[in-house]
Design a protein around this ligand. Sequence first.
Ligand code: ZN
Length: 315
Amino acid sequence: MSDYPRTAIELHDWFPTEQSCRDYLVRLRWPEGLRCPACGASKIWTMAAPFYRCAACGYDFTVTTGTLFADTHKPLRLWFEAIWSITNQKSGASALGVQRVLGLGSYRTAWNWLHKLRRAMVRQGRDRLAGVVEVDETFVGAPQPGKRGRGAAGKTLVVIAAQADGRKIGRIRLARVRDASAASLEPVVRQAIEPGTRVQTDDWQGYSGLKAVGYNHEVIRRNTELGDNLLPRANRIAALLKRWLLGTHQGAVRPRHLDYYLDEFTFRFNRRASGSRGLLFYRLLQQAVALPPVKGKDLVGGRPLTQSEPTTAGS
Ligand SMILES: [Zn+2]
């Protein structure tokens, strides 16, 4: 038996009811059998749907308790449609697109959903890059390469970490940063890349402290202006990211909302070999039920960016 639907028709065949959605989430969340989210016990009573009760501690819960779907007042079928829609658009989803596809009354709701799902795309701190990793920055939303040390109005600086896979690109991480100072760049590297990794950069001063914080830092070019192609993987990612942002969002991504799009791009890129769109749907649902709930108020307007807390896109 396959694990996920392959086509939109299969999606609707698989999930005609709320119960069918819940049953699927149960399999994704507890592949080894039901577990109490409160105490971890495995002896669980099935109550009137959708509830379960822990035989050990008496806690009542549902399959969405403690997940991204916990506080939703919308049908799970609609969430499944949204996730299907997002994972089946090669170029990515916009809030407006999701709103239209789902017939949601409110743009804000669609936007909130996209940004909640973003939390399922990233798995902070897990699976850091290792081996050989190129790190560089690029400006997003800028027609011309800018100077590094200072910010420029309307331009957002994004750090790219691209793992080498032979001559090809392995997995990537992206993060928005305030500027190209060491105080901004180093936390991103530490969050995205395993200590001891061979990290290749140019000789920009913002990277000069990487050796001191445990990396095998390798300076591979002298030029400190952006745009040279001596870090080919990082440069390739920069080009793909810009093309994707232009194609999907006509470049109309507000800097404060960019984090979401960086995460979506990373999620897609790191799974580009998956072949099946259904597999992306499966992975995103799987990660969504493995997450704590996210409050809407934490999402609206994006997160403030601080130097000490870079936003690292991962997957
Ligand atoms: Zn319990």
